[in-house]
Design a protein around this ligand. Structure first.
Ligand SMILES: *Cc1c(COP(=O)(O)O)cnc(C)c1O
Length: 414
């Protein structure tokens, strides 16, 4: 696929200078904005002069600093517009609520982030009578069969959490559009690497808490789509971001905005290390899954869809066979070698390790976990870039050897 490198789009967007000529944009700290003439106020409320083209109204509506970060996200994702929210979950729920009314239906991947699963499986049916059928989205016939006259959305993650299966976004988009359905893709695992909108996705959502921010110090999200869609999120009567109010603080937007310029460097380094670890683990016969390994079920698809400059992502999984072994490995890695941290989340500069079955996917029942292919001994590793590559590899190899998962390499007798 000849997708344009997202970083080119980003570099082509207008740079926002600070109020006093600062190289960085200023933080717009106001929650309210004046108008010069009294007649402007009613026009604003009627939506005739609304931000961002017209005047700013109130901080829960558009804020200039938050809007600028949204522009950066829109450039990265190649969408007309984007806006930020206080969390990835806020972005996801706003996108679904914007597309679905009560009685409507969603077809979602059976391997999604645990919070998304709970939103679709528990919260939305109870609170809004929006129902979801969960299917294996790598099975296009199953997706097509699940669509009903009430279906408004097909929802998937570009790289599924934690199975690392790749959604065939062009085919899903084709299928969705043929049936008058919108495709929403969560691209949290693959910023820059995959550009879902260029492949036909209508809406792209992000948890910026992960790779985009990259320091595990901020919770944030974004919704990317058409101008009409993003304006709709802010509608004074019906817009889910405006009504439910998961507003991003402008100081948070300014901070994240300063981390966007080195996103590409970070993504490349995460991916390079993850790929090298994955290859070496495979050589040691450790059951490892990584979309950049030729025996990964979606390797070819990934090759076809990805932007070549960013590798295959920063996440790999190891199947240690049992929860006990998985826990032993993480324990030794953290507490003996200082390789990384036992923690949920991903996209941090240090390596983060967790057992999805008992953490981020624990919202799912045992039956759902096994049908989604989430083994109990699965360890998800978001590979960091601190320390040297060889130092980290030594730690990983030693830990695997300590717990008996690999045979110790004895020095060759002379
Ligand atoms: C973390 C995560 C979310 C939720 O994001 P928050 O910022 O924690 O609300 C959604 N989707 C995926 C794939 C995630 O990893």
């Amino acid at each position: 696929m000849t997708t344009q490198n997202p970083i080119k789009r980003l570099a082509e967007t207008r740079h926002e200078f600070g109020e006093h000529g600062g190289v960085n944009m200023s933080v717009e700290a106001s929650t309210t904005f004046t108008v010069m003439k009294p007649g402007t106020m009613p026009e604003l409320f009627e939506g005739r002069k609304a931000a961002p083209e017209g005047c700013y109204l109130y901080g829960r509506h558009f804020n200039p600093t938050v809007y600028q970060l949204g522009r950066q996200l829109a450039a990265i994702e190649g969408t007309e517009a984007a806006y930020c929210a206080a969390s990835g979950m806020a972005a996801i729920s706003a996108a679904i609520l914007q597309l679905c009314n009560t009685g409507d239906h969603v077809v979602a991947s059976n391997t999604v982030y645990g919070g998304t699963y709970a939103l679709l499986n528990d919260f939305l049916p109870a609170k809004a009578n929006i129902r979801t059928s969960f299917v294996d989205v790598t099975d296009l016939a199953a997706v097509a069969a699940a669509i009903t006259p009430e279906t408004r959305v097909i929802y998937a993650e570009s790289i599924a959490n934690p199975t690392l299966r790749i959604a065939d976004i062009p085919k899903l988009a084709e299928l969705a559009h043929a049936r008058g359905v919108q495709l929403v893709i969560d691209n949290t695992f693959s910023p820059l690497l995959l550009s879902p909108a260029a492949m036909g996705a209508d809406v792209v959502v992000h948890s910026m808490t992960k790779f985009i921010n990259g320091a595990s110090d901020i919770i944030a999200g974004a919704v990317c789509g058409s101008t009409e869609f993003v304006q709709g999120l802010m509608d004074l009567h019906q817009g889910p971001l405006m009504m439910l109010g998961p507003t991003m603080d402008p100081t948070v937007a300014a901070k994240i905005s300063l981390r966007i310029p080195h996103l590409a460097l970070r993504v490349v380094e995460h991916a390079e290390r993850a790929e090298i670890f994955a290859r070496r683990l495979q050589e040691l016969d450790v059951p490892v899954s990584y979309p950049g390994l030729p025996d990964h079920p979606d390797y070819k698809l990934m090759q076809q869809l990805r932007c070549d400059d960013y590798g295959f992502g920063g996440i790999l999984t190891l199947d240690m066979g049992s929860r006990q072994k998985a826990n032993d490995l993480m324990d030794v890695l953290q507490n003996k070698y200082g390789f990384g941290f036992m923690a949920v989340s991903l996209g941090y500069f240090d390596t983060l390790m967790s057992c999805p079955g008992s953490s981020t996917s624990s919202e799912m029942t045992d039956e759902d976990l096994s049908s989604a292919g989430i083994a109990e001994g699965l360890v998800r590793m978001s590979v960091g870039y601190t320390g040297t590559l060889e130092q980290r590899w030594q730690q990983l190899e030693s830990a695997l050897s300590d717990i008996g998962a690999i045979r110790v390499k004895l020095p060759v007798a002379s």
